[in-house]
Design a protein around this ligand. Structure first.
Ligand code: PLP
Length: 453
């Protein structure tokens, strides 16, 4: 390939830029413009993003004649550039707890944007301080100090470093089917072979034990202590999300907490997906009455507007970073726009009682889905979940993909791609209406009828 900067003049490149900018500022696009957007998107994915996506996404037909290209969103729905509307039951894998472009979150972010976007990096920034106080008050137990980041994987990286700094130990216990992110540290805790294998060896000292098996965790903890490799921390998702919505067995999280205390290990809850009201309480830690030493947040933390995350820790743990606050930093973490978004997000969650709503609407939806599952036992294996984090497990990947594709064609987005569809997640905005929920269930029934075993 010839470097395009060598063949195109800056003036030509700028013509293209101006065309894109003019589209961004438009309220509505014409049919011709929509066709151009679709063509450019598909071509540029193929040539400059990654052609693999065109094979794996259910939104693209085989010959790429048709491709759904997203353009706008609002509430529980988004709309493609051709004007077709979809109910969003994927929810960005848990980003849109307060809905798409929640007006209160948008207002806070825009007000902040009109005053100051990013921080000086030297003066004390007020919203960071205020958000940290809000987190200390709203998170369970004596979690007290916050470090802000831009993503889930970064919150896990910070948690792992905190645990190492606090304990002077280097062993971590994670669980099978866990997902904690894909940067090299968090990937060490993540369990899926396909994501890890090409990048081995990862960070030293990670052991994976079966999720839900407290005896195995005890034995591992004991063995590690016996060989002089004491465990710094156990890292867990209270409910496994990416693993397929796996609920903890009764008493499991409490038992893990006690085991950690017995062996002097810290407990890290990765609530990047289960936090912010998703499971029917503000945090899944509240749901199970277990207080971790370190809590990881991201995804919905930015209110579906800003990329934002946090790691919140007890003082005894966070204290290891007091002497040198520069020991772990990120330029953009905790920027004023992100903090404004997170603060407004908590306001919406509280004022609109969204955790409770997740519990109620979630119970309604779970009940309906379980009835549907019972009517299609040759296709659906199980439906399970808490709040509005629900998983539907099919007998095969193919059935899952066909259902997921069928739902999409009928205007409902659920997770599930060609390579990973056996269990798909339903995690809509917590603001989803009962009417929309009914539409989702009716669509599922219609699609299940038409899908072949
Ligand atoms: C999504 C997710 C992550 C990673 O978050 P990114 O923002 O994609 O890096 C980590 N942990 C859990 C539990 C997640 O669901």
């Amino acid at each position: 390939m010839i470097n395009s900067a060598a063949t195109n003049s800056y003036a030509e490149i700028n013509e293209y830029i101006k065309k894109v900018l003019s589209l961004i500022e438009k309220d509505k696009v014409t049919k011709d413009e929509a066709d151009w957007v679709i063509r450019e998107t598909v071509d540029n994915f193929r040539e400059h993003v990654n052609p693999g996506f065109l094979d794996y996404r259910k939104t693209v037909t085989k010959d790429t004649q048709f491709a759904a290209v997203e353009w706008s969103d609002s509430g529980s729905t988004f709309t493609d550039v051709s004007g077709k509307k979809y109910i969003d039951c994927l929810g960005g894998f848990g980003i849109y707890n307060v809905g798409h472009r929640n007006p209160k979150v948008m207002k806070a972010v825009m007000d902040q944007l009109n005053r100051q976007a990013l921080h000086s990096q030297d003066l004390l920034d007020p919203l960071r301080a205020m958000l940290a106080k809000i987190l200390a008050d709203i998170t369970p137990g004596d979690l007290k100090y916050s470090f802000f980041v831009n993503s889930g994987t970064e919150s896990v990286e910070a948690a792992l470093k905190l645990a190492k700094a606090y304990s002077d130990r280097t062993t971590f216990i994670s669980t099978t089917r866990a997902f904690h992110g894909k940067s090299l540290g968090s990937l060490s805790a993540t369990a899926k072979a396909v994501f890890r294998k090409p990048f081995l060896p990862l960070i030293n000292g990670f052991r994976h034990v079966p999720y839900g098996d407290i005896e195995m965790m005890r034995k591992t903890m004991e063995s590690c202590a016996l060989v002089g490799e004491d465990v710094a921390a156990v890292i867990l998702e209270p409910i496994q999300g990416e693993g397929g919505v796996i609920l903890p067995p009764d008493g499991y999280l409490q038992q893990v907490r006690e085991l950690c205390d017995e062996f002097g290990a810290l407990l890290i809850f990765d609530e990047v997906q289960t936090g912010m009201g998703r499971t029917g309480k503000m945090f899944a830690a509240d749901l199970y009455g277990v207080v971790p030493d370190i809590l990881c947040l991201a995804k919905a933390f930015g209110g579906g507007i800003m990329p934002a995350g946090a790691v919140v820790a007890k003082e005894k743990v966070f204290k290891s970073w007091f002497a040198n606050p520069f020991i772990h930093t990120t330029t953009f973490g905790g920027n004023p726009l992100a903090c404004a978004a997170a603060i407004a997000t908590f306001n919406v969650l509280i004022e609109e009682n969204l955790p409770k709503r997740a519990a109620e609407v979630g119970a309604y939806l779970l009940d309906k889905l379980q009835k549907v599952a019972a009517d299609f036992p040759d296709k659906v294996m199980e439906v399970r979940g808490k709040g509005l984090l629900i998983g539907i497990e099919f007998h095969t990947d193919q059935i899952g993909f066909d259902v997921s594709k069928g739902m999409f064609d009928n205007g409902v987005l659920v997770a599930g791609t060609l390579i990973n569809s056996k269990t798909f997640r339903i995690e809509p905005p917590l603001t989803i209406s009962y009417e929309e929920v009914d539409t989702v269930v009716e669509t599922l029934i219609r699609v299940l009828k038409s899908v072949k075993v």
